[in-house]
Design a protein around this ligand. Sequence first.
Ligand code: SF4
Length: 452
Amino acid sequence: MNVSDSEVVARLLSDSGYRQCERLEDARIIFVNTCSVRENAEKRVMGRLDLFARMKKKDPGLKVGVLGCMATRLKEKLLAHPAVDWVVGPDSYRNLPGMLGSAVAAPLEVNLSLTETYADIKPFRGEHHGISAFVTIMRGCNNMCAYCIVPYVRGRERSRDPFSIEEEVKDLFAEGFREVTLLGQNVNSYCWKPDNHTNQGAFASDRGDRPDSLTPEDGQAPVTFAQLLERVAAISPLLRVRYTTSHPKDMQDDVLYAMAAHPNICKHIHLPVQSGSNNMLKKMNRGYTREEYLDRIAAIRRILPGCTISSDMISGFCSETEEDHAQTLSLMEEVRFDQAFMFHYSQRPNTLAARHYPDDVSEDVKIRRLNEIIALQNRLSLESNRADVGKVFEVLVEGVSKRSEEFFFGRTGTNKVCVFPKMDSRVGDYVKVHVNSCTAATLKGEIVTETL
Ligand code: SF4
């Protein structure tokens, strides 16, 4: 999400005459786009600000702005840091050019909006972009997961108008992009209603450039995520479509059927479970039980055979017992996740959990449980990858492998990284790769026939 937001900021500033530079030393203004989701990310930002403060001592003309979630969370505290000239929250980026150009503008803009989606801003992805792009389809979140700071720092959920999303994706395809990832905190609750959107740049009923695929009647009906997904997939069969993040309580079968109907919608779903224990899920305020989560997994297996599933897990949430932890491990075994992002719980200020539940699992126990989760997932990932050895996958070539200039890397539709000798292929090609071997993280193979 922050990459996507930085691209919006880059567009707003480049349209106002500012130019992005490659090297930190050449910058006259530095922006740090921040994330508050985990404590470590915030610590890293504070370390960077200390560095910029030292740079400013030698170069007093240098200016520094803090953007993103930390701006909303810390406000004046950040402004008090010796490095910081501006603090601008995620819904105030339109004010940036005015703030930079004015000596009298307030240095702090952190109000959250009920309507801002930056729908009319074409993100600036740089001249040397790759072939994959993030496209934000909604902002904010209406859920209140007990551990999560996002609703407090990014505000209420808003869906971006589908017309601007389609236009952006069409432009991306015309510019050579071959993969888009539709982004939102909870894409399954995407719902655009024409009559209650008044935000800047959103759809206007008299807009002249409405895409042919949308009739005036469509313009009056709400657009769901499944419909949006299909519309984006219909732009070109050569464009891969991914999305993240899904919420188990909101994922309906219509999305799965949309995925099944379009070969270019990648067969991978990130479905964060967080815990396998009903006690913990209730305390986390996730809105589903273990049984309901497993029902969604069964639906994915039924409607999308072969679809890979990844997840997020948190160890050591408030009052988590050994039995709760064992439930997480058993759920992982039952689902057999292909990949996972795993963390130990770190309390975030002002969240529901911080206000109501003691952070009473010791650091040692949190880390030991996390290590058990990681060890299990490593085995599951390896087993998942081993099951792919001997198969042929269509892979979109994304770039040169870090290990060797002679190899490319790309991903399968199931979101597995695949490394293979370049042969005559080029970045942006679709190639068929026969998988010969693997690690827990990577498939290795060779091109058998170029396709498409
Ligand atoms: S769904 Fe829950 S975890 Fe995800 S952003 Fe919203 S509040 Fe946070």
